[in-house]
Design a protein around this ligand. Sequence first.
Ligand code: ZN
Length: 251
Amino acid sequence: MKIAESVYLVGDGEFGLSDKADCHVYLIDGGKKKCLIDAGVGLGTKEIISNIRSDGFDPSDDIDYVLVSHAHSDHGGGSKSVKEATGAELIAPVGEAEFIERGGEDLEFGLRVTKRSGVYPQDYRYQHTKVDKVVKHDDCIKVGKFTIRVIQIPGHSHNTAAFLIEEAPRSLFSSDIVFINGTVGLGNWPGCSLDNYRNNIERVSGLKVERLFPGHFSWTLKRGQSHLDAAVENFKGAWLPPAWTHNHPFR
Ligand SMILES: [Zn+2]
């Protein structure tokens, strides 16, 4: 579903495009090269592939890269199946790629609490797979005509990355770091850290973002930076910043 120039929503649980646990899975059309942002949970991969086809792309020929923002199941659990279905190169940030490849107690703990909160089916199993390229904060990935900069902000998880299209209109795929109105992705799992969030959130300052595409809920095509600035401001006060639990669909 085309939602903006060069941006398609091909997977999503809230609007019913794919499995209910899927985060927003975006397709960026950079012309000669294309990429997905995030891979979903792995239970809706067939629907994601079918959506890519309905939008006029050939899943195995046209998708060159899958950029996974962090390992959490709703974003990274589909890494293996999406990679297999597209043949794309899997790219993930350092500090998250390891969990996608091998899992670990922190990821499993997070899976247990989110299952308990009804986010995933009880019998859901994370499918681990090799990450082809590990990126870090400030790295750039060329996707056709676009330069995509990695903005890593520990806080929601150990090392979640947002992805910034540097060309106009400047667009940030903010994953679970910042949502519309500046709410943030705080939760009760290992790797989530108020200190890390507070110490790193200023990395979204001054990015001059026009279009903001978060990993859940709504997005905006104008004045995206104001939503990012609101999140930065909320971390300057004394109280817990407003978090997504106020409107999380699984709550
Ligand atoms: Zn997450």
